[in-house]
Ligand binder design. Structure first.
Ligand code: ZN
Length: 428
């Protein structure tokens, strides 16, 4: 038994309320000011700390199997715990791709051996994520849904054919799982490495136009309407994407979406130089895109926040953008960056930010996590809102050090993460 005392839970009115929490057998058994330590139980003193539901990240790249030099299930889940996450969904662009029951079984085995928190794996939509195949071949949805998967995604590449996506959504609707889509039309990438805008022109780098993303979302919301599937859009980055999703929601289509911290806090104007750590997919867009993402989150068009944590080796990110891999790490800095940029500046409330990283994610996918309630899984993060720290990639627990935010000072750092009632990470 464990009791967390003297901490503050943020209530629905954004008021910090001093409540103690007792954890028994991995579950929350009591919450209240009157809950007092019992002789012999573990006491966690959370004086001056916020006690919040462990964060949920539906978009993380663990890289194992196949790319263990970039990240492993062990290092990636420790990095997530360091960032306050207790549940993460692992994207399928690994080698092999989880596109069959046998591969899912092997993946579940690795997860059970090596993960430090809850890992819910995605299954692929198409065999081997082969977006360049002349005919994309669908996975066996029945076989995979029996393999305990979170949802279906081809993240890393877009599903190119409307016909394939139509069939995939019909199958996903039939087995009652979401299609989680990385939206990118290959014929509109145009060899680009960053957003096709003023900064790309200044730096002389080829640009990826916004329609590369938004045109596929526009296609897919109509396919979702036609099939009745739950269609979730990954890492929304453009003003047009937000508009299409807002209109689709208004039309009653079951579409949801996520936004990443880097697209909320940065835009093309923040790119200091043509260096690999500024390269991500989708790219940092224009100021008006960033503003649309903030508005979309505030008005409910965007449902939740995910990190798109994408670790790479140093040699894959140390050159110019044209020569580098897409993606940055984000698990370990997501909350502090968003807290510093949006809560300290009073744009978001603390309650909103906590919800977008926990309860709202759970609600989007009907997951039984992300809440502090009696009977819920004891997945908890303790956060020191006053703690000030400068981002230092060498201190990351992730094998990936690829962030453009080194040297930025942020407030609001997780200091202890409990998963299933057990401490999986704590400061020092
Ligand atoms: Zn993606």
């Amino acid at each position: 038994m464990t009791v967390i005392v003297n901490g503050y839970i943020v209530n629905e009115f954004n008021e910090p309320t001093r409540l103690n929490i007792r954890l028994v057998d991995g579950k929350i058994s009591e919450i209240g000011a009157e809950v007092k330590p019992i002789a012999g139980e573990e006491v966690i003193d959370a004086t001056d700390l916020i006690v919040a539901p462990g964060f949920i990240d539906v978009h993380m790249h663990l890289r194992e199997p196949g790319f263990e030099q970039k990240e492993t299930i062990s290092s990636g889940t420790m990095a997530a715990a360091h960032g306050g996450f207790t549940t993460i969904c692992a994207m399928p662009n690994t080698n092999p791709v989880p596109d069959s029951a046998a591969r899912l079984e092997a993946l579940h085995q690795l997860i059970s051996e090596d993960s430090h928190i809850r890992v819910l794996p995605y299954a692929a939509i198409t065999k081997a994520l082969d977006a360049n195949a002349s005919v994309e071949q669908l996975v066996d949805f029945d076989e995979l849904v029996a393999s305990d998967i979170f949802a279906f995604s081809d993240d890393g590449v877009g599903v190119q054919s409307a016909g394939t996506m139509y069939q995939a959504m019909a199958e996903a609707a039939r087995v009652n799982k979401a299609i989680v889509a990385h939206c990118e039309d290959n014929s509109l990438i145009l060899g680009g490495s960053m957003h096709d805008g003023r900064r790309a022109a200044q730096l002389g780098v080829k640009g990826i136009p916004s329609v590369c993303e938004s045109v596929q979302i526009a296609r897919d919301v109509l396919l979702a309407e036609a099939t009745g599937a739950h269609y979730h859009v990954c890492h929304v980055s453009t003003v047009e994407s937000v508009r299409v999703i807002r209109d689709a929601k208004a039309a009653g289509i079951h579409v949801t979406c996520e936004v990443c911290p880097h697209h909320l806090i940065s835009d093309e104007n923040d790119i200091t130089a043509n260096t690999g750590n500024w390269k991500m997919n989708p790219p940092l867009r224009a100021t008006r895109d960033r503003q649309a993402l903030i508005t979309g989150l505030m008005d409910g068009t965007i449902d939740c926040i995910s990190t798109d944590h994408a670790p790479h080796c140093e040699h894959e990110k140390c050159g110019k953008m044209e020569d580098s891999a897409f993606g940055i790490v984000g698990s370990e800095t997501a909350f502090a960056q968003l807290y510093t940029h949006f809560v300290k500046t009073k744009i978001f409330t603390l309650k909103q930010l906590l919800d977008w990283m926990s309860q709202a994610v759970a609600d989007t996918f009907s997951l039984p996590y992300g809440t502090l309630a009696v009977g819920a899984s004891a997945d908890i993060v303790l956060i020191d809102l006053n703690k000030q720290k400068t981002i230092d990639a060498t201190a990351f627990l992730s094998l990936g050090k690829n962030t453009p935010y080194t040297g930025q000072t942020c407030y609001g750092w997780p200091v202890r993460t409990l998963y299933n009632g057990k401490t999986v990470w704590q400061e020092n």
